[in-house]
Design a protein around this ligand. Structure first.
Ligand code: SPD
Length: 427
């Protein structure tokens, strides 16, 4: 049994790569990964780059902290690894040594908080624990943990409660389900928000119903991605749909959502659903010509397993497997948060489907960075989504199914674009 509260390793890393020592983003990533590799629970991190050079930062972990100060001009980093409990901070040490390319190092390990020198206060632990558990309306926030979806310059953060229902590193990505006070349970993949209990309907109603009511007679639908199940749930609300094939690469996403987001993963047992855990890009490559009325790409952002969902070859196959009159809808990124991916995808779709046949719809998702998100279309026929005339049919459906975002006005309005977006896609 340990006779100290904590363990502190004071590290000198010397002969480090000076460019790495001046790169605040990569140092933050390395420090956070060093904590995770040692089994720590990361609470938060804050890092700062000094002018003209040097970086300081702290990763607060449930087990204490990791801190760093760098002097790039000397290839030097002073690192503190302060831990308590069973965590082995030497794992973090070894990892950082590699990341920084340190040629020399020294480390001084010391025990912190020798219990022989301390007097213990008797708190009423049970009432304090109960208070800490009342995260829904606490008098004070007992846990200040935030999940942040960001690029180098922009971010969206949500407070979560510290409750982690699912946390699995799949072969493709880190799959987590977290509890949040404001948006209910969150599905996150790596460091990105995917969906939340409270606002999922914005995305799932808008990826499905505009295409259904534009097409008018879609029976055979392919969904690529969409592992949370929200997209297929919406398509299966339409009685005329005969078959939905869903191809999701990561079985862990389906498992996590079935267990913890049942209101979203509500239709996985539907008799019209053919659920395949596999590679959607390969599926589209091997599918027969003109097989589907709708092809829906409900992928995540263009990093990791979803990168191929933004390639020209993939969309050529999507075009080939659509029937005449068929419609492609792809998760189109944000014209504000991810301007380049948004624009490049539209150029690809214009190239394959034709300039007039690649419209864009915009909709609002509070939990995606900047809130402004898009679906991008490829039309293999003449039906134009903004020129629909079946408003009363739509309104009947909306009210029968109790939809919360989509209606006939939103349908048409979502294809009206601000001038800066028109400029992005028209060059
Ligand atoms: N940054 C989020 C991009 C959207 C990813 N798809 C969400 C899945 C919802 N079914």
């Amino acid at each position: 049994m340990s006779n100290a509260l904590g363990n502190h390793i004071l590290v000198e890393f010397m002969g480090c790569d000076p460019h790495i020592m001046n790169d605040v983003s990569s140092i933050e990533r390395d420090m956070v990964d060093a904590a995770l590799k040692a089994g720590a629970t990361v609470i938060n991190s804050t890092f700062h780059h000094f002018s003209p050079y040097g970086v300081s930062g702290v990763v607060v972990i449930q087990e204490s902290h990791l801190a760093i100060h760098t002097w790039p001009e000397y290839g030097y980093a002073a690192v503190d690894l302060f831990t308590c409990g069973e965590m082995d901070a030497w794992i973090s040490f070894d990892y950082l040594k590699e990341c920084f390319g340190a040629k020399n190092y020294s480390a001084l390990e010391m025990k912190r908080g020798a219990v022989q020198l301390l007097t213990r206060n008797d708190f009423d632990i049970s009432s304090m624990r109960q208070k800490a558990g009342e995260w829904t309306n606490p008098e004070m926030y007992t846990r200040n943990v935030w999940f942040t979806d960001k690029d180098d310059n922009q971010a969206l953060s949500l407070r979560y409660t510290g409750e982690v229902y699912y946390d699995v590193q799949s072969p493709f990505q880190r799959v987590r389900i977290l509890e949040s006070p404001k948006y209910g349970k969150l599905l996150t993949l790596d460091d990105m928000f995917m969906t939340t209990e409270k606002d999922e309907f914005h995305y799932h109603e808008m990826i499905s119903h505009p295409a259904m009511f534009t097409h008018g007679n879609a029976k055979n639908i392919l969904v690529i991605g969409g592992g949370d199940g929200g997209t297929v749930r919406e398509f299966l609300r339409h009685d005329g749909v005969e078959k939905v094939t869903m191809v999701e690469i990561d079985g862990e996403v389906i498992k996590a959502c079935k267990e913890h987001l049942p209101s979203i993963a509500a239709s996985f047992d539907h008799p019209k659903l053919n659920l395949i855990v596999g590679d959607g890009i390969a599926f589209a490559k091997e599918a027969a010509n003109e097989e589907f009325d709708l092809v829906i790409v409900d992928g995540s952002d263009p990093v990791g397993p979803a990168e191929g969902l933004f390639s020209v070859e993939f969309y050529r196959n999507c075009h080939r497997i659509l029937k005449p009159g068929g419609i492609l809808v792809a998760q189109g990124e944000s014209p504000k948060f991810n301007e380049q991916a948004f624009t490049e995808l539209n150029i690809t779709l214009q190239h394959i489907f034709g300039k007039e046949n690649a419209p864009v719809s915009l909709f609002f998702v509070p939990t995606y960075p900047t809130g402004m998100w898009s679906f991008q279309y490829g039309l293999k026929g003449s039906a134009q989504p903004k020129a629909i005339s079946n408003d009363s049919e739509i309104e009947q459906f909306v009210s029968a199914k109790g939809l919360k975002y989509y209606n006939s006005d939103i349908h048409k309005a979502s294809f009206a674009l601000p001038n800066f977006v028109k400029t992005l896609i028209n060059g």
